[in-house]
Design a protein around this ligand. Structure first.
Ligand code: KG4
Ligand code: ZN
Length: 337
C-alpha cells in the first residue's frame, strides 16, 4: 500500500511517497527561495504560480525515486491547512484530481500537526503521548499531544512566530533571506552575552510566547531608539546582535518547553518546524532533556523544514478511514484539529 503526499502551503513545492508503516520511500522538495529572495520575503502570488509550474514534475520525481507507478498509489494525502490560500489551493486541487482519477481515498491533514509527526517519522517508533512544540515561520505553538490525532493547544505566540523573528532580524542586520540559517551563521562568531534582550513571559506560568518586542529591541540596538535607518553596523556588532538575539529565543523556547513538561507531567518532548534546524537550540534542548530525564524527539534536518513526508500523519487517519471529501477546501487560518 503506497501513499502519495502533497505539500504546497508556503514556498516549498513538495511531494513524498511512503508506505503504511510509515516508511518514507521518496521525499522531494523544490524550494522557491531563489524566487522570493529579492523581495526579502515570500510573495504569495509568486509562490502559488511557482507551485503550479513545479508540482507535477515534483510528483513525477517522487514516484521515480520511490520506483513506483502512479497507478500503484492507494491513497492521496494533502496538507490543506494552514498556509497561504493560493499556495494551498494548488496542492489541494491536485490531490483531489489525483484521488478522483485514481479512484483512491483522499486524506487531508494539518500542516502544524504534521510538523510534530515528523518526530514520529524520524524516531521510527511511537512518541505519543508527548508535549509537542512547533516552531516555524508562521507558528510557535505548544500542544499536549495525547495521540497522533489528538492535540490540545496549551499556548501559542501572541504576535510574531519564532521563525518570523529570525527572518525579520536577519533583515534588520542585512543578512538576507531566508533569515534563520543566516542569523545562525552570523551568531557563530558572536557573543551571546553582548546584548541583554527581553525574554517575554519567562517568569509566568502561561505557555504563550511573544517575539515582537525582542525583534524591536534588536532594531533599536542597531539604529537607536525611535530611528529606523542610519547607524553603522560592523560585522562584529552584527555577529554579537545575532548571537544575543538567538540566545534570547533559545532561552524562551527552552523555558517554555520545560514548563509545559512540568505542567502536563509528560516525559516526552517532540519539537518540529524550521527553527529546530538551529544547532544552538537543538543543543540547549538536548541539555535540558539530559538534566531533567525526559525523552527528546527532533526530526532530521530534512524533516524540520517544510516537506511532504511529514504528511505521513495521514496514515493514522487512513487506518481510521477518516477520508476527506472531494469538496475539501484550502483553509488558510490555523484551526485546532
Ligand atoms: O517549518 P518551516 O520550513 O515553514 C513554515 O511552516 O513556516 O519554517 C521556516 C522558518 C523560517 O522562518 C526560517 O527562517 C526558520 O524556519 N529557520 C531557522 C533555521 N532554519 C530555518 N531558524 C533558525 N535557525 C535555523 N537554522
Ligand atoms: Zn511548516
Amino acid at each position: 500500500m503506497y501513499f502519495l503526499a502533497i505539500e504546497t502551503s508556503c514556498d516549498e513545492t513538495a511531494a513524498a511517497v511512503f508506505t503504511e508503516e510509515p516508511r518514507i520511500l521518496a521525499n522531494v522538495i523544490a524550494s522557491q527561495t531563489d524566487l522570493h529572495a529579492r523581495f526579502g520575503g515570500v510573495v504569495p502570488e509568486v509562490a502559488a504560480r511557482a507551485h503550479l509550474q513545479r508540482l507535477l514534475p515534483v510528483i513525477d520525481e517522487a514516484l521515480a525515486k520511490a520506483q513506483i507507478k502512479l497507478d500503484q498509489i492507494g491513497c492521496v494525502a494533502v496538507l490543506n491547512t494552514p498556509g497561504l490560500v493560493g499556495a494551498l489551493l494548488v496542492g489541494v486541487s491536485d490531490a483531489k484530481t489525483l484521488a478522483l482519477a485514481l479512484e483512491v481515498p483522499l486524506v487531508s491533514a494539518n500542516h502544524i500537526d504534521a510538523h510534530i509527526y515528523a518526530c514520529r517519522l524520524a524516531a521510527g517508533k511511537d512518541i505519543f503521548p508527548c508535549v509537542g512544540l512547533v516552531i516555524s515561520g508562521g507558528h510557535t505553538s505548544v500542544f499536549h499531544c495525547r495521540s497522533a490525532l489528538d492535540f490540545a493547544l496549551l499556548g501559542a505566540t501572541t504576535d510574531d512566530a519564532a521563525g518570523e523573528a529570525f527572518d525579520k532580524v536577519a533583515n534588520i542586520l542585512g543578512l538576507g533571506f531566508p533569515g534563520g540559517p543566516a542569523v545562525e551563521r552570523a551568531a557563530h562568531s558572536g557573543n551571546p552575552g553582548a546584548y541583554r534582550f527581553p525574554r517575554s513571559f519567562l517568569k509566568e506560568d502561561r505557555l504563550d510566547f511573544s517575539f515582537s518586542g525582542l525583534k524591536t529591541a534588536v532594531l533599536y540596538a542597531v539604529h537607536g531608539q525611535g530611528a529606523t535607518s542610519g547607524g553603522v553596523l560592523t560585522a562584529t556588532k552584527a555577529a554579537d546582535l545575532a548571537a544575543s538575539f538567538q540566545q534570547a529565543v533559545v532561552d524562551v523556547l527552552v523555558t517554555k518547553a520545560k514548563q509545559a513538561l512540568e505542567q502536563t507531567r509528560l516525559k516526552r518532548l517532540a519539537v518540529g518546524g524550521g527553527v529546530i534546524a538551529n544547532r544552538t537550540l537543538r543543543q540547549a534542548l538536548e541539555k535540558l532533556a539530559q538534566e531533567n530525564g525526559f525523552e527528546l524527539f527532533i526530526p532530521t534536518t530534512a524533516l524540520c523544514t517544510d516537506n511532504a513526508a511529514m504528511a505521513a500523519i495521514a496514515v493514522e487517519k487512513f487506518r481510521l478511514k477518516q477520508w476527506a471529501p472531494l469538496d475539501l477546501d484550502a483553509i488558510p487560518a490555523y484551526q485546532t484539529s
